[in-house]
Design a protein around this ligand. Structure first.
Ligand code: PAF
Length: 300
């Protein structure tokens, strides 16, 4: 695996690869790699000639400085995993190069609603910092395909918008969530969970599965004879009820401090009024446990 540490060097490499007509797959990460990240690398390898992974713990996307300080750094182990997964290039840029003018010069793209709801509401500024660094990385790597995990669902939606707004040619490939044996979504933050919190954290996916089960029932409940108007009022209420019940269920465990449980339109992330069996839906959760903030989601 080739290790590249400067933008100039990766740019030169990209020019050479493009001249040779090669496709580039790119998985941006903040390190502390786990099997979820490795699935991005593997998928990229299947679909591209060259796979690039970046590791950069981006200071501007941590709305909580304590979270930044505690973010696990495991570079040696990360590199071993990348070599084993046959990643071709590891891009390891420095803070000085990614932020030559300091952190203050944020030229913000306006993602509107997507930036203000759910994660945007609970982590103000997070997506501005994230989009800022992803843009810099995309300009440096110019990938044919960008690989992102479904666990950060809203992040991927914002990156799709970023690519559109900047008229980039990159195609975003969303990869399924990789889960631990008990169902907990893999996350770099999981290593910070103490034993008890780790055992309890599985309740998040259980709640999501519960929501999926209930929503599945709602769509078949009414049958073809239910009128559209009846269906919409009943379902609007039921969606709110399902969200509330799921929120209460997770909150009933004293270990959790739940931020949200939401059922949204999977394409727009807007609230849904009707479960019509056609609109794609996603359920999303954010909750604190043992001082660690976890997120998860499930397509319904
Ligand atoms: O998902 C992440 O690890 C980060 O948000 C990303 C996309 C690498 C940007 O820093």
């Amino acid at each position: 695996m080739q290790i590249i540490k400067t933008i100039k060097e990766i740019n030169n490499q990209v020019v050479v690869l493009k001249k040779e007509g090669k496709n580039i797959g790119f998985a941006p990460t903040m390190g502390a790699l786990h099997a979820g990240h490795i699935t991005l690398i593997r998928q990229s390898r299947k679909e591209n000639d060259v796979t690039v992974c970046s590791i950069f713990v981006n200071p501007t996307q941590f709305n909580d400085p304590k979270d930044f300080d505690k973010y696990p750094i495991t570079l040696e182990k990360d590199m071993q995993q990348l070599v084993a997964a046959k990643c071709d290039i590891l891009f390891l840029p420095s803070v000085a190069e990614m932020y030559p003018k300091g952190y203050g010069n944020k030229e913000k793209l306006d993602f509107g609603f997507l930036n203000n709801t759910l994660e945007g509401e609970f982590r103000p500024g997070h997506f501005d910092g994230m989009a800022q660094i992803v843009e810099k990385l995309l300009l440096a790597v110019e990938p044919t395909r960008l690989y992102m995990g479904q666990k950060d669902y809203q992040q991927a939606m914002i990156c799709t918008e970023l690519i559109k707004k900047r008229k980039m040619k990159t195609k975003l490939v969303l990869c399924p969530i990789k889960r631990e044996k008990d169902g907990l979504a893999m996350s770099s933050r999981n290593v910070r969970l103490d034993k008890r919190s780790r055992a309890k954290a599985v309740e998040i996916v259980k709640v999501l599965r519960g929501v999926k089960r209930v929503v599945g029932q709602q769509t078949t409940d009414h049958g073809p004879r239910a009128t559209a108007s009846r269906r919409s009022t009943v379902d609007g209420q039921r969606i709110a009820d399902i969200e509330q019940k799921a929120f209460k269920k997770l909150s009933s465990f004293p270990e959790f401090k739940v931020e949200y449980v939401a059922i949204r339109n999977a394409k727009t992330l807007r609230s849904v009024k009707v479960i019509d069996g056609k609109t794609p839906l996603v359920a999303l959760v954010a909750a604190w446990i043992g001082g660690v903030r976890l997120i998860d989601n499930m397509l319904l």
